[in-house]
Design a protein around this ligand. Sequence first.
Ligand code: SF4
Length: 279
Amino acid sequence: MESSLWGQLQQWIRLRRQLLGERAYGAPSLAQAVAAPAPSPAEAEQRVNLSVNPNPTRGETVLPSLNRPRFRMPEMGGHDLFDTPPEWLQSQNLGELYERIHTCTACPLGLTRTHFVFGVGNPRADIVVIGEAPGAEEDARGEPFVGAAGQLLNRMLQAIDLRREEVYICNILKCRPPGNRRPTPQEIATCRPYLWKQLELIQPAFILALGATAATALLGKEFKITELRGRPIPFQGMVMVVTYHPAALLRNPQWKRPAWEDLQLLQRLYRAYRVQSGQ
Ligand code: SF4
């Protein structure tokens, strides 16, 4: 694009923003792509208006809200050149959402993936398990947590009397980062709205976040896993429990004990929630 035309387009977008203010659409747009540099993690955090208290008092009893809907898509600072909310935001169920987003190429990972890895499990699950991104096996099969880490996750769930089919399992990113590298902040910011929509459709009571990358992507702020694990974290009407990613547990078996404590915490909270909600 010729530089003068490029400049005019950016000027027009700036003017439009001043007139209309920030709009809250979940998908990256043409205007966003041409006008905005990649947001820093701090900017990305500001763009996502989540009510979250990542630092409740240790030992505090925190249970999810019994009122539904307890989770709604957060306001996000996107810009849409044509004022048209993306169609996928109107999805009424997970199947519709999948149909509308499984060909996504909003970030470069869409060009290198083998399969889009949406998520599996109970569409009305009380517990959603969220990892970081698909690995090689998940990319090959199109399903999250199917490799050795997935088998360990199944055993972890069984240990607290949960079957894989009872929960919903997905990742922050739907496409595999090449070489299993960590997702970039830009990839997370681009893909995360799809996860928000999944959560809005499922309305879980609990999130089990696997690993610091998943937890900090949800919270919109950098934390070490040792700052997050071992306690319930109120999160948008839900409660989040953070533990080690099963792949990390395979490499570091000494972390299995604290992971077991985290799972027992989730089990205690879930039992209390079920009693309170009359299940
Ligand atoms: S990782 Fe997410 S945003 Fe990027 S192409 Fe895949 S689905 Fe789209």
